[in-house]
Design a protein around this ligand. Sequence first.
Ligand SMILES: CCCCCCCCCC(=O)SCCNC(=O)CCNC(=O)[C@H](O)C(C)(C)COP(=O)(O)OP(=O)(O)OC[C@H]1O[C@@H](n2cnc3c(N)ncnc32)[C@H](O)[C@@H]1OP(=O)(O)O
Length: 219
Amino acid sequence: MKGAPIDQKWNVPATEESPLEGGFRAEFEVTTERGGPRYGELIEEVRTFMDKVRYASPTPELADEIIDDLKLFNAKLDTLLVDEWHTPSGTRVDLPSRGNITLPPYEVIDGGEDGVTASVEFRRFHLGGNGVAHGGHVAVVFDDLGGMAATLHVHGIARTAYLTVNYRSLTPLETPLTMRTWAERREGRKIFVKGTLHDGDRLCADMEALFIQLRPGQA
Ligand SMILES: CCCCCCCCCC(=O)SCCNC(=O)CCNC(=O)[C@H](O)C(C)(C)COP(=O)(O)OP(=O)(O)OC[C@H]1O[C@@H](n2cnc3c(N)ncnc32)[C@H](O)[C@@H]1OP(=O)(O)O
């Protein structure tokens, strides 16, 4: 298991009442094919590049060279752009964070109706200051894995209404951390979710969030 539990039924098939439109599509296609067998490696190289950009102090000449190289890469990708529903980024459940380049990389260890446990590692480019993670990046992972817990709990798509993070101690970079998220209770479409982030036994942060299950066809 890497980016998500594959065997869970979290995709609600499209129907006339719940068409494939709106904020999140009714159907979340589970795939390990898009982007090819080395897509994970591609994403990892991009993350490594961002790590280095975060800490590099290039000369003007090196910056010129890298800009030219990046323009070539961007032109290559321009030939193969697809919409968000068909990109591998976010749908490759076999890859950390479902292959989503915008998320700190996590691997789901266990996931189902009762909650999600994942190993997350903040990268060097997630630096906030003083060598530790930026609080916003911590919140992003809580949002994604909290949303996953809500989705698995109700077997339907949910969207964040609010999310509160308490930063209890510093969150290290380049360290395997454990995040747990679970639905504490449900009131109709409202799913109250809680979560924790630990470095070993030390609590780095906890969160409380409200996710709202989307009505059929809701944008
Ligand atoms: C599958 C793999 C996992 C993927 C996980 C990805 C997770 C990513 C999650 C996100 O980041 S979603 C993006 C961030 N969130 C948004 O952009 C949400 C923007 N807001 C909205 O779209 C709507 O406000 C929302 C869907 C949340 C609610 O609108 P609705 O029209 O569906 O519901 P409504 O306003 O009628 O509220 C329903 C209930 O929730 C309550 N509620 C809504 N927002 C609230 C709030 N902020 N605080 C407290 N209560 C709230 C509301 O009072 C009401 O309570 P009652 O039923 O008891 O009357």
